[in-house]
Design a protein around this ligand. Sequence first.
Ligand code: SAM
Length: 357
Amino acid sequence: MDDYISVQTAAKKWKVTPRWVNDYCNNGRIPGAKRWEGKKDWLIPKNTKKPVDARTKTAKAKSGEAKPFLKWAGGKGQLLTEIGKYYPFAEKKHIKKYAEPFVGGGAVLFDVLNKHTVDEVYISDINAELINTYITIRDNSDELISRLKTMESDYLAKDADARKKAYLEARARFNALKRDGIRDAEAATLMIFLNRTCFNGLYRVNKAGDYNVPMGAYKNPQICNEDNLLNVSKKLQNANIICGDYKDSASFIDDKTFVYFDPPYRPLTKTANFTSYTEHLFDDSKQLELANFVQDLDNKGALIVISNSDPKNTDENDNFFDDAYSKQNIRRVAANRMINRNSDARGKINELLITNF
Ligand SMILES: C[S@@+](CC[C@H](N)C(=O)[O-])C[C@H]1O[C@@H](n2cnc3c(N)ncnc32)[C@H](O)[C@@H]1O
């Protein structure tokens, strides 16, 4: 018995409430915890360290909420409140059809899925490795989680030099699979591993299409968030997940569909041309094609929200989007972004939220 402590003692030691300790035990978070003979109280192995997750994160994960499983450039985390004002069916918490044809990290997707029941979901992206990761989480989460857990424990046990070697090996393997067009659980595992350990969670490829982001400097990166991956998997069970151009969504979208378009943003300055999500560029002519596509869907009766950068941040005479979306409503909302990665111009700038309702 000397090798164990009570829930009360653990609670004092870890500076949490006894209820919290009981929760950890009930959820299998404390290896070796056992019930006191004939009683319902838990006994905890004496030298157990406090489980690492923050309580709020655990509580959220337990409630089944899903959140983006990758860091992704242009992530919409900070615009959710503004975009959320447009969820048109918020009262009934029910949406018949939801489409997000430039899904990226899916911040809005998961917000919509956490807050509503949705009968049919369509998500797409041109990035094949990203879409393979979504599909693997939907269809093969057990294998993915087990592979990620192994990678995580191997990686965290290494010193700095060995980590660097492991990172470069993982990147080389990811690129070999990418070049061969192999999209499976291994490729999805590497996608998440690289995203969690690379510099700033960037996804960038060179001209040859090779992922070329250097390693980041995280001491203790979380590589496998099992609870969240399982929640994401549940939320995506009935989703259509498509690798392809946003225009492929036309056959899904009808007058019952709420659509959110988050295309690559139009650069605010000539040097800020961040267009390396994939080998595909999204230039002004593509922005105008999208505006025409939106007009077609508007004619079909879909409810549409589009976000983009506001050219007026750097040139108040630039009416590019005001002209392209002259038939829609345009709102300017404040966001914290870097205007240009080579300048100091950070802080509040405006972004556009364009809607047809
Ligand atoms: C601004 S990001 C989306 C960010 C996302 N909303 C989030 O919260 O992470 C734009 C996405 O569009 C994808 N993309 C670029 N061109 C595309 C195209 N023609 N069709 C579909 N997706 C495309 C990129 O791969 C990228 O993931």
